[in-house]
Design a protein around this ligand. Structure first.
Ligand code: ACO
Length: 343
């Protein structure tokens, strides 16, 4: 029987960093408010001439190099994104071309901040079914292009970046144990954005060095009822981590690492408490990345991996909650050798 193993991991964060103090110049907010309510201190902002596909390609190159593979060793490419370069073609086909890939299928999936967790479930099922041997899965987001930079209740929360993994089917035990996915569209109005806008946009409204999705005509972007989202997120994430442990007959104590979606440190802490986990065993990048939507889980995984702390035999739990609402979790029995000092 085939199991999907992560054999390569990569990440990309744009050069430009926007601190909370930089935000104080744009909206009526303060560094202390943002840190206390969200745990965020800074976030990366995509360059003016860059697109979601550029960040995705950069993360993919690192993941392929880490796996010792080239793009044409890949059998399928999936990009999870909320901020596609264009409505069509898919960002995945653009990434394929930027990486000089040929012929293999490439497509996008959209589950907002849960995109990577959903994508991992898709890729795992297709590998187990024998459809593909190697899948390149990327989460890439230019959230700064779809936030309303005049709305202090949302613009302080998000950041840009990309994370990628190469999955490979092997008969060896371990790898992805399984996934649990959920959605409930009855909640769709609590968190939404009505326009896609991930492409490089030299003509867009430009202030303080960032591109504003909200142009002079005031086109709306991310809208969120933060309090209500917070409440449902904590409940559903608590339920989904219990559900996945029960389904695969594991207990809280069996989890070595929690790699949560990085939306808000208070949501992360609540899920860790539910699992009885020490925060030392929880990947935390929200402070430096903000909420990078579908990129947040693979970016957190990449940081943990490159810190050398992930070891073969460890069990890791990924989880995410997103607009829709759409949420889910994946369990992985880690098999890749620990990374140390770039070797
Ligand atoms: N700076 C200063 N004050 C602010 C800011 C800001 N950036 N934003 C809001 N405030 C004010 C509000 O206006 C309000 O003022 P008032 O009391 O005078 O009316 C006060 O701060 C408290 O506002 P709340 O909304 O109650 O603050 P809360 O503690 O709920 O924190 C937050 C807001 C951080 C957004 C929180 O609700 C949250 O994290 N929600 C969940 C976000 C999330 O997880 N999203 C899911 C994934 S995202 C995705 O899928 C794309």
């Amino acid at each position: 029987m085939m199991h999907s193993h992560i054999v390569g991991i990569g990440g990309y964060l744009p050069e430009r960093i926007m601190t909370n103090h930089d935000l104080e110049k744009i909206v009526d907010t303060s560094d202390s408010w943002i840190r206390e309510r969200t745990g965020i201190s800074r976030r990366h902002i995509i360059g003016r001439e860059q697109a979601t596909s550029d960040m995705a390609a950069a993360a993919a190159r690192q993941a392929l190099a880490d796996a010792g593979l080239t793009i044409n060793d890949i059998d399928a490419l999936i990009v999870a994104t909320t901020t596609p370069d264009m409505i069509f073609p898919s960002t995945a086909t653009i990434v394929q071309s930027k990486l000089d890939g040929k012929d293999f299928p490439a497509w996008d999936i959209q589950a907002v901040c849960s995109g990577f967790v959903y994508g991992l479930a898709h890729a795992d099922c297709m590998i187990r079914a024998g459809m593909f041997r190697r899948v390149l899965l990327i989460g890439s987001e230019a959230m700064s292009r779809i936030v309303d930079w005049t709305d202090r209740t949302t613009c302080v929360l998000f950041g840009d970046g990309a994370g990628a993994v190469v999955l490979e089917g092997r008969e060896q035990e371990g790898g992805v144990v399984g996934s649990v996915l959920h959605a409930d569209g009855a909640y769709r109005d609590l968190l939404k954005a009505e326009h896609a806008h991930g492409h490089a946009s030299p003509d867009s409204f430009h202030r303080e060095g960032i591109d504003f999705a909200t142009d002079a005509a005031g086109i709306a972007a991310v809208e969120m009822k933060g309090n209500e989202v917070f409440r449902v997120a904590v409940t559903k994430l608590g339920e989904v981590v219990n559900e996945i442990l029960q389904r695969y007959e594991l207990e809280d104590k069996d989890i070595d690492w929690l790699i949560p979606h990085q939306a808000n440190i208070r949501i992360i802490q609540a899920t860790a408490r539910k699992l009885g986990m020490d925060m030392q065993r929880v990947a935390q990048t929200v402070k430096d990345h903000g909420n990078t939507s579908s990129a947040s889980v693979p970016l957190a995984l990449n940081e943990l991996y490159r810190s050398g702390q992930l070891q073969p035999g460890q069990t890791i739990l990924l989880e995410a909650f997103a607009g829709g609402f759409a949420w889910g979790a994946n369990l992985i029995k880690w098999t890749k050798q620990g990374f140390s000092n770039g070797t």
